[in-house]
Write a protein that binds this ligand. Structure first.
Ligand code: ANZ
Length: 830
């Protein structure tokens, strides 16, 4: 064999694949024989591809190449998440228009991915910043609008003062910072566009049963949606001077439910200024000793006339507005102000309890008001301790505990609930509340509606119009796309830059009416990335986001790889988009990604996260340059389990390169005169079995390890049969496709190997044959062992010594000599 020259080989095959359109998506596929493989849409950053991208794309590509060899019709495409803040921030930093810098970054990414030999259909590439793409992002927005799922609302929003834009909850880190620039996020009252994802909360939880995703991912998404079963309970709130009168009036409460509606009760509560709380523990109502209203909500405002210390309350409200929600939920010293002049009546016993406002209650969750049970809720406990409020235990734990008890137990101090275990007590209290018009069972979600409008330039314009009276109108579908103008100063000011574009508003009045103008905000980039996998199916269609036939053939996605950081954003939004399409009758499935796995993080050689700061960044292009794409691919897969975080190791890269070279030069040993030994034949079948099973289960590292073992054994042989060697090449080809194509051709094949059938194994031959070994101590047979036929001398001796029977006969004595007779006997002399 001539020298192994990856650069030459790799360029040759990449050109060949491109020219002969090897990886063009097969035209005639049906749902039963297609396989849709999806690498997560990358954001094309100016700094190019990193090793983490290469890891995900290689994993997908191995799967894609493997599935083709198994006869599947494969769809694999890559596109660009090219709108959004990072591109815009980069453009601002470098003072180059985002369109120019984005297109340049895309060119670099594309070239780098091609250099890795990823087998995608480049005819289907899409970029979310292109008008023929974002036309359909806008169409999706209109679909939501028409279905009552897009609305404007004024409320407190997350505001990043540095990026000068609103952020979705999913874009704020656990530390309350902007995920892009690390600035502490503030709250601002603003009117914004929202998508009503909460309408789908229930289905988004339930349908998680339909997908094969990592358990932890499913749990994280379920927790984020946050389903709580509980009850709404009404508490009357009265002025202090009226307490006596009100108590009398309370007796006139409508009696038991006599008809199916609760109208009478609603009227009663309205007249009485009742406040409804959401609780997951209605069984603790007898222990509710005070009530708290969220400072920023309107409940406190409604009581303003009755509150006698309004100045103090107002000051507290203003202080709260400066804090982020997260800050408020952190375990800090509790603060709050009592609303003097009002009291609430605990509905179960008519007791008068104080009403407070405190920032640990959030206006947007539940009803924005809570009943406080300090004996059984930690935050209430801390609060009650600090402000000296009464604590009444109403749930008895199985074992006496000190302090607050938040678990389940048996009700006590609770009249008609006494003696009931928590679950039954909850059910009984719920029944009682409903019968007495005092409450209703309720399911509550943590998920909020998704804020999608951004006061930035680099995004899809929201396709809405305002008339002269500020009335809203959707842009007619035939007028899409609403083009992103070019005459814009894109530097952020906090106001939508599109407001100042002449071309953006030009002709709007003439076309739509006097005084009409366009919505100047743009869509959050996650709107673009929530549906890209549909566009890959039919990227040039200008009549629909994808044709019904393409949708029917290719969806749902069979295998999706992405990082674990998008669980509560992108993955959730994509599922929502899919469900809306399903409800609109446009598709026949309601989950987009059947099988989903995450790739792990590749760390620097120093075991730290790769970062310019640590000077430990490995650039895949450098690795390709020095060792070749096949080595880069195979090394990244050999590093460890796909989903594990693992450090880079240059020695490991060299090791994999040596492995490939040894496979290359093994071709020199091909000879077809002697048939393979039984041992080699068995190992071949075992390797085919193991690699097949490992690839199916994405255990790429152990698949490579098995091929290395096979190589070692074949290398010991004088001669290797052509057919054995070809099997190794076929197995290795998804990992190191260029080299394997070259070898395949050198072996005399006319067709390239991308569609060559995957090797099959004979299960009987793949079985490791077993033999029986006799074990003697001082010449006498003392035990027999069943071992693999190809057991090594070392293992045979070790096993013999470990045998309990033999240990007994040795009786603690050190063996002087151990003799092994291959396949027959271990003889120990003491
Ligand atoms: C009384 C009670 C007694 C509660 C008890 C808990 C334990 P999850 O499970 O997260 O849904 N809560 C309700 N609305 C709130 C708001 N806007 N801000 C802060 N806290 C709020 O939690 C529901 C529980 O969180 C509710 O049940 C309420 O406290 C509190 F032994 O009511 B509970």
């Amino acid at each position: 064999m001539r020298n192994y020259d990856p650069k030459k080989i790799e360029q040759k095959w990449q050109k060949y694949w491109e020219k002969s359109e090897t990886f063009k998506t097969p035209a005639k596929a049906v749902r039963s024989d297609k396989y849709y493989i999806l690498p997560q849409l990358p954001y094309p950053s100016g700094s190019g591809l990193h090793v983490g991208h290469a890891e995900g794309y290689t994993a997908c590509d191995i799967f894609a190449r493997y599935k083709r060899m198994r006869g599947k019709k494969v769809l694999q495409v890559i596109g660009w998440d090219s709108f959004g803040l990072p591109a815009e921030n980069y453009a601002i930093k470098t003072n180059v228009h985002p369109r120019i810098s984005t297109d340049k970054a895309v060119d670099t990414f594309r070239a780098q991915i091609k250099a890795l030999g990823i087998s995608v259909d480049w005819d289907r590439e899409v970029g979310s910043h292109n008008p023929d793409y974002y036309k359909w992002t806008q169409w999706f927005f209109l679909l939501f609008y028409k279905r009552g799922l897009a609305y404007r609302k004024k409320q407190a929003v997350n505001w990043c003062g540095s990026c000068k834009t609103v952020l979705a909850n999913e874009q704020v880190t656990n530390a309350g910072k902007c995920e892009r620039c690390d600035t502490v996020v503030a709250q601002r009252e603003m009117e914004q566009w929202y998508i009503k994802i909460t309408d789908y909360a229930d289905r988004l939880i339930k349908d998680l049963d339909k997908v094969d995703w990592p358990v932890e991912t499913i749990k994280r998404q379920r927790d984020w949606i946050g389903r709580s079963e509980g009850a709404d309970v009404s508490f009357d709130v009265v002025s202090v001077q009226n307490v006596e009168n009100d108590k009398v009036e309370q007796a006139k409460r409508p009696n038991k439910r006599s008809d199916k509606t609760s109208e009478a009760m609603d009227q009663f509560h309205q007249a009485r200024q009742s406040i409804t709380v959401f609780t997951t523990r209605p069984d603790t109502l007898f222990g509710a000793t005070y009530m708290v209203l969220a400072p920023e909500g309107d409940l406190v405002q409604k009581l303003k006339d009755k509150i006698t210390n309004w100045k103090e309350v107002e000051q507290y409200i203003n202080e709260t507005k400066l804090k982020t929600e997260l800050d408020r939920q952190m375990d800090r010293e509790k603060t709050g102000v009592e609303l003097k002049g009002v009291k609430a009546i605990n509905p179960v016993n008519g007791k008068e309890i104080p009403v407070w406002t405190a920032d640990y209650v959030i206006a947007t969750y539940g009803t924005g008001a809570i009943m406080c049970v300090p004996a059984h809720d930690e935050r209430d406990w801390e609060f009650a301790k600090k402000f000296n409020l009464p604590i009444i235990p109403v749930v008895k734990p199985a074992e006496e505990t000190e302090g607050v008890f938040t678990g389940e137990g048996v009700a006590n101090n609770s009249e008609f609930l006494d003696g009931l275990p928590t679950k039954e007590a909850i059910a009984k209290m719920n029944g009682w509340l409903e019968e007495n018009y005092l409450g209703k069972r309720k399911i509550q979600y943590k998920l909020r509606d998704w804020s999608v409008s951004r006061q930035r330039f680099w995004g899809a314009p929201i396709p809405m119009l305002y008339d002269e009276k500020n009335g809203l109108h959707p842009v007619p579908e035939e007028d899409l796309p609403v083009l992103l103008p070019n005459d814009v100063d894109f530097k952020p000011t906090g106001e939508s830059p599109l407001n100042y574009s002449k071309s953006f508003n030009k002709g709007v009045e003439k076309k739509y009416g006097q005084g009409w103008k366009r919505e100047p905000d743009t869509l959050d980039t996650f709107m673009c990335s929530s549906w890209y996998y549909f566009r890959y199916l039919d990227p040039k269609n200008d009549k629909a986001f994808a044709s019904p036939e393409a949708l029917k053939t290719w969806m749902p996605v069979d295998f999706y790889i992405g990082g674990p950081e998008h669980v509560n954003g992108h993955l959730l939004y994509s599922r929502f988009f899919t469900k809306v399409l399903f409800d609109a009758g446009l598709i026949d499935f309601d989950e987009p990604f059947l099988l989903h796995r995450h790739q792990g993080l590749i760390l620097g050689e120093d075991n730290r996260k790769m970062s310019k700061r640590w000077n430990n960044v490995i650039n895949p292009t450098d690795v390709i340059e020095e060792y070749g794409a096949d080595t880069t691919r195979a090394y990244e897969m050999f590093m460890g389990p796909l989903e594990a975080d693992k450090p880079w190791d240059t020695n490991g890269v060299r090791g994999v390169r040596r492995f490939l070279e040894r496979v290359w030069f093994l071709a020199d040993k091909i000879g077809d005169k002697t048939p393979s030994s039984e041992k080699i034949t068995r190992l071949i079948h075992q390797t085919v079995k193991k690699v097949t099973e490992d690839v199916e289960a994405l255990r790429f590292n152990t698949a490579i390890a098995k091929m290395m073992e096979l190589l070692n054994e074949l290398s010991k042989e004088e001669e290797v049969s052509k057919s054995d060697y070809e099997k190794l090449i076929l197995l290795l080809s998804p990992f190191a496709p260029h080299m394997c194509e070259e070898l395949w051709q050198a072996l005399g094949h006319k067709e390239n190997l991308a569609f060559e059938p995957w090797p099959v194994f004979d299960p009987a031959l793949a079985l490791n044959k077993e033999i029986t070994l006799a074990v003697q101590v001082n010449g006498k047979l003392r035990d027999t062992l069943t071992v693999p036929a190809d057991i090594s001398e070392e293992s045979a001796k070790k096993l013999a010594l470990q045998s309990e029977k033999i240990q007994k006969w040795l009786d603690g004595k050190e063996p002087k000599k151990i003799i092994y007779v291959t396949g027959k006997l271990v003889s120990i002399v003491t």
